[in-house]
Ligand binder design. Structure first.
Ligand code: G3H
Length: 297
């Protein structure tokens, strides 16, 4: 269970396949794994995320890390793509995020509105687009319809779609919260069902107390490894990448990341953990991630 799907087995149209090939085999570790640097936190969390490493307030900092740290791609919103990516086009692939929101309104009923198009992504030379989907939100019906329009446009342009699939909202909280194996597993399956080519997930948690609130089928003891394999299985023929989360000790982040790869993930999306550090430390961690991923061809 939970083997990493191979690009040739995904039945992709040629445009999507060629673009994903570039991300998987021509950049980053270039061995079929993915190592993505996201810089969308300025919109999602505001400037506070940049306070620990003041240099990180200038987006050139993250673009330089992506290039010099030999990432597979950088993921950002339209504003940074328009104003900064031109200096790096050709040196690092771009994943253009097409929707986004702030953290200011409560997360009770989240929906991330569309703020850019697949056509923008083509114009900017992107190799994929990104979409944040809130599984379980009371505005899920609007979200599904918004996603459908983007999927159709992406199909027309042969553009791979990366879905940040996040369980959210009051109903998810009532079932144990957004991090449980139940919530993350459902988010993985939903993104597969809706047509994601790549799915970004958070690492599932297996706290038995929280699982008491989940449907009965999930109320058992899970090892962290079983939980990772389960969510990767639920993503089917969509490639799974796992998040790095906030900055922590480099070594423990690497251990967690390696557990994801062992379970069958295709790659990692590490943002704050990498760029909330001085440039030299960010390079050091990028090298360690690279070396680890090179072992998972
Ligand atoms: O878009 C954000 C990423 O998916 C995760 O970023 P992070 O590594 O800073 O949590």
């Amino acid at each position: 269970m939970a083997n990493r799907p191979h690009l040739d087995s995904l039945n992709l149209a040629p445009g999507k396949k060629a673009r994903l090939y570039r991300l998987l085999y021509e950049t980053g570790p270039a061995n079929g794994t993915l190592m993505i640097l996201p810089i969308d936190q300025g919109l999602e969390h505001g400037p506070r995320d940049f306070f620990d490493a003041p240099e990180s307030q200038d987006p050139h900092f993250q673009f330089r890390i992506a290039v010099e740290g030999r990432f597979s791609a950088i993921a950002c919103q339209i504003g940074l793509a328009e104003k900064y990516y031109p200096a790096y086009a050709g040196k690092i692939p771009l994943i253009l995020k097409l929707n986004g929101k702030t953290e200011i309104p409560s997360d009770e009923a989240p929906l991330s509105p569309q703020i850019a198009s697949v056509e923008d992504a083509v114009r900017l030379g992107a190799d994929a687009v990104g979409y944040t989907l809130y599984v379980g939100s009371s505005r899920q019906d609007e979200d599904f319809q918004q996603f459908r329009r983007i999927r159709e446009e992406a199909d027309r342009y042969g553009m791979p779609v990366v879905v940040w699939s996040y369980p959210r909202g009051a109903a998810i909280e009532a079932k144990g919260g957004k991090d449980t194996i139940y919530a993350v597993d459902y988010a993985a399956r939903v993104a597969q069902e809706l047509g994601a080519d790549v799915i970004k997930l958070n690492v599932p948690k297996v706290d038995p107390e929280k699982l008491k609130m989940a449907p009965k089928a999930y109320q058992r003891d899970w090892t962290p490894e079983e939980a990772l394999k389960q969510v990767i299985q639920s993503a089917g023929n969509s490639l799974v990448i796992f998040a790095g989360g906030e900055r922590g000790a480099g070594a423990s982040a690497l251990e967690k990341a390696e557990a994801c790869m062992k379970a069958g993930a295709t790659g990692l999306i590490f943002g704050r953990n990498v760029w909330q550090r001085p440039f030299s430390e960010a390079m050091e961690l990028s090298r360690s991630i690279h070396e680890m991923l090179e072992r998972y061809a």
